[in-house]
Design a protein around this ligand. Structure first.
Ligand SMILES: Nc1ncnc2c1ncn2[C@@H]1O[C@H](COP(=O)(O)OP(=O)(O)OP(=O)(O)O)[C@@H](O)[C@H]1O
Length: 450
């Protein structure tokens, strides 16, 4: 039956220039025509069955399936350009069984002309959107999370499944693993995506201000209170999502108040006479061992259970070394665009060092290292000498627990990589320079998988 249906779709849309996609009830792609596949540079047959958010940037097809409401002529940004898309829910016996998406441009040239016509308008729109974003606050979606790690891909899948509901999510992971990125993505995929996303850094607010910051205050509530009072983060997030970053650092008295706000759905501003109803979804993040803090009476167990309905664990970068390569490529592009300096590659010894380093500061550390090296480099490649001292000297020095054999092997590897690089990839010249035979060099290249 599936085949028959796809045959019908192929007959209808296979040869049209419009880009067509069909998703099922779960937002998974059941059909994409060739034009769309070509436009997205994917093999449309291979992506059948994948969730639409994995394949199409900024798509809302899965949301249309959920709301059952069609979206006509909506602007959608793909790879820096805008398309105009229709999204139509498909129904059977009154029930939504999927959605059909259609991109409205007949060919790229025509679109380009249209694109320049409306680019001015869009620039204006973008200005308003970024102002809105200031209010809305969530900048990133799942697409912005770069990974090839099966564990992180599973986390993304978990987010896709749970983001719609209003359940509280606790994001755990070391500093710099991207917890905030995940929190943004959850908000983006939720029904609250058009509502505010408000972040509170629980570790950064002075203890005596925490209540006013979270719940706001009334005029005259204390000396120095602003005229007219001030809304707290809970009020600002009303209808949307409140992101409690570093929740493990929240003082106990504030924990009690937050728990009450979540349980009763109401808050009391400092100096207010009446409580106020509040509707927020909570996403919390921490890199602290909450279970241990509970044992030490530094974190409330009841609050832990309240925020930990769905738990998301982001592994540190050293446990997903495959991501170092893809993230480096992504960050080189992102930071090159930002700095205006085109740097595309790493010298082989830098790549080796990146793969060996433990990255205690995770993706943030990788980003900082790449950014500072881009400033240092004189050409399109990052070389050993461009790296921050702490990293390059760590690479040269001996780490705790290394045997003499490890140290010798590492030195050998570095020397071989450098010689090959200096010889412009010519292994015979590199072997000459190293004073070893060609076959010996080949053996070592194989042994170290260089
Ligand atoms: N998978 C990823 N793909 C792309 N960028 C990432 C990824 N993970 C992290 N980053 C980037 O790394 C930086 C740190 O991420 P983020 O601030 O979300 O980490 P965090 O875990 O919230 O850190 P902290 O606990 O210190 O607040 C950000 O610039 C973020 O964009």
């Amino acid at each position: 039956m599936l085949e028959e249906r796809n045959h019908v779709l192929e007959t209808l849309f296979g040869n049209v220039k419009h880009c067509i996609v069909v998703v099922d009830r779960d937002g998974r792609i059941s059909y994409m025509n060739e034009s769309y596949g070509r436009f997205l540079e994917v093999d449309q047959k291979e992506i059948t069955g994948r969730h639409v958010t994995e394949v199409i940037e900024n798509t809302r097809m899965h949301i249309v399936v959920d709301t059952g409401e069609e979206e006509m002529a909506d602007l959608q940004k793909i790879r820096g350009d805008y398309m105009i898309a229709h999204r139509i829910p498909l129904q059977e016996d009154g029930e939504v069984i999927g959605a059909l998406g259609m991109v409205l441009f007949r060919d790229t040239d025509e679109w380009k002309i249209m694109n320049t016509h409306i680019k001015d308008l869009l620039l204006e729109l973008e200005t308003y959107r970024s102002q809105m974003q200031h209010v809305n606050g969530a900048k990133y979606s799942l697409h912005d999370i770069i990974t090839t790690s099966p564990e992180v891909l599973q986390v993304k899948e978990k987010i896709r499944k749970t983001a719609y509901s209003d359940v509280s999510v606790l994001v755990r992971g070391e500093s710099g693993t991207g917890k905030e990125l995940f929190a943004h993505s959850i908000h983006h995929l939720s029904e609250r995506s058009q509502q505010p996303f408000i972040k509170v850094n629980c570790a950064a607010i002075p203890e005596h201000l925490i209540e006013a910051e979270l719940f706001g205050y009334q005029e005259g509530a204390f000396t120095g209170a602003k005229k007219g009072g001030k809304p707290g983060k809970f009020q600002l997030a009303h209808g949307g999502t409140l992101f409690l970053d570093e929740i493990g650092d929240m003082p106990l008295h504030a924990q009690v108040k937050i728990l009450r706000a979540l349980q009763e759905g109401e808050i009391e501003a400092v100096g207010a006479e009446k409580p106020q109803a509040i509707d927020v979804r909570i996403i919390a993040a921490t890199n602290r061992p909450l279970e241990a803090l509970i044992k030490e009476d530094k974190f409330r167990e009841d609050l832990f259970y309240r925020i930990n309905v769905v738990q998301i664990d982001i592994p540190p970068l050293r446990r997903r070394r495959g991501d170092i390569k893809v993230l480096t490529k992504f960050l080189l592009k992102k930071l090159s665009d930002r700095t205006g300096k085109r740097v595309e590659t790493l010298a082989p010894d830098v790549e080796a060092l990146f793969n060996k380093h433990d990255w205690p500061g995770n993706v943030r550390e990788l980003e900082n290292v790449i950014e500072s090296a881009i400033h240092m480099t004189d050409d399109g490649e990052i070389r050993y000498g461009d790296l921050p001292d702490y990293l390059s000297s760590a690479g040269n020095g001996q780490r705790a627990g290394q045997t003499l054999k490890d140290v010798v092997e590492e030195a050998e590897k570095t020397a071989i990589l450098r010689a090959i690089e200096e010889a412009g990839g010519d292994k015979c010249t590199a072997a000459d320079r190293l004073g070893i035979g060609k076959s010996s060099l080949y053996d070592k290249v194989k042994k170290y998988d260089l």
